[in-house]
Ligand binder design. Sequence first.
Ligand SMILES: Cc1cc2nc3c(=O)[nH]c(=O)nc-3n(C[C@H](O)[C@H](O)[C@H](O)COP(=O)(O)OP(=O)(O)OC[C@H]3O[C@@H](n4cnc5c(N)ncnc54)[C@H](O)[C@@H]3O)c2cc1C
Length: 426
Amino acid sequence: MVFVEKGPEKFDVVVVGGGPAGMMAAIQAADSGAKTLLIEKNRSLGKKLLLTGKGRCNLTCAVYDNKEFIEKIGKNGKFLFEALKNFGPLKTINFFEKRGLKLKEERGKRIFPVSDEASAVLDLLVKTLKEKRVSFKLGEKLADFKTKDGKIEYVEMASGEKVFGENFILATGGKSYPVTGSTGDGYAWAEKMGHNIEHLFPSLSPIQTEEDWVKVAEGTSLKNVKLKIFQDEKKSAEYFGEMLFTHSGVSGPIVLLASQEMGPVLAAGKKVRLEIDLKPAVEFNELDLRLQKDFKLKAHTDFKNYLPDLAPKSLADLIMFLSGLSARKKLFEITREERRSLVKILKGLKLNVKDLTGYSLAVVTRGGVDLKEIDPKTMRSRKVKNLFFAGEILDLDGPTGGYNLQICWSTGFLAGKSAGSVYNLE
Ligand SMILES: Cc1cc2nc3c(=O)[nH]c(=O)nc-3n(C[C@H](O)[C@H](O)[C@H](O)COP(=O)(O)OP(=O)(O)OC[C@H]3O[C@@H](n4cnc5c(N)ncnc54)[C@H](O)[C@@H]3O)c2cc1C
């Protein structure tokens, strides 16, 4: 009898990172006929995906014009042109609906599962991975990439085990919400293999302010307000919508959007100031006139009792503190100067930005693997022949509203299809 020593198993495609981008890539690689392995250091897949959309998963957006989508992404958006052409929001919606997940569109073109459960999105992906016979290594951390002659020869697990493959897809995500497993491991490997990493910043993050009086208003949410951003005293942007006060600053939808550009600006040493217009529907003088009229009509009312007419009740103490007006002051006793400084507060509550809250609470990471070094038609590295990238590890990030997950589906699709259909690259 002849004994043949069995060598290590070899895969056509090895995908590292079991988030949305890695799962989509593995499905597409296997769908192209490739023997595929998915490596994830958590014991289960898609830990961050379960947190998305406050547990409801805003999985894409009803933006079917690729130009419109690209504009929303900003200066790096053009890189996505091919990926969106191959697998944009419409094809993503079809992908999920065809497999039985009912979807709905909400305000702002945001698409959610009808069940409002992110777990339904994850279950579908896991079921599809199994149907496509993708192999898994769960609860096992990848430690290193070993290259030879400009190609990856194998990857090494933290246990020391070697995993061999023809093609490799790196989809380890960014650095935000590290508790979910996204600890930025992939950047170091990409850098070691010759890739440039564009400066990393937390994005879509709460903002910390220098003023600690925000504590007084912690938990107060503001609707229909205007948020103006000033960089070195020059207005740079404005947003309209909802926000809220936290114990150390501000957060909420328009604050997260405003934070997108802030990382690089703060790093460059610029001073960033916020101004909240609590009454955007009326001009300064119009509001002043309204107060004059009210102060006459309700002359003997205490200032404190009048305040709920002007702003959310929970802001009353804060407004009294900032205006220096006492609770018991009668409206007829308020001087012209005091009234006008009250209007100033209502039309432009000023806050100086100390910093972004950081990766622990940022929705995404700005920066990442330099797009110039990746072929946008295949997601293949221009530095390492058998390496492909997908998802947040790339220097791509979008606003809230389903754009970030769509980047994962689109780049994951293309990386998986390309890596799964081209072997033995020269
Ligand atoms: C709270 C929150 C809410 C969000 N809501 C939305 C939303 O509603 N809509 C939207 O479009 N976007 C949303 N996002 C953004 C979205 O979740 C991310 O853009 C997306 O998850 C990125 O996917 P990814 O596959 O690139 O990376 P990730 O989801 O970060 O997955 C990467 C995976 O790689 C694994 N990994 C890392 N290192 C290793 C290693 N050494 N070995 C093995 N495995 C490793 C990690 O454990 C992780 O599971 C939200 C983000 C957060 C934090």
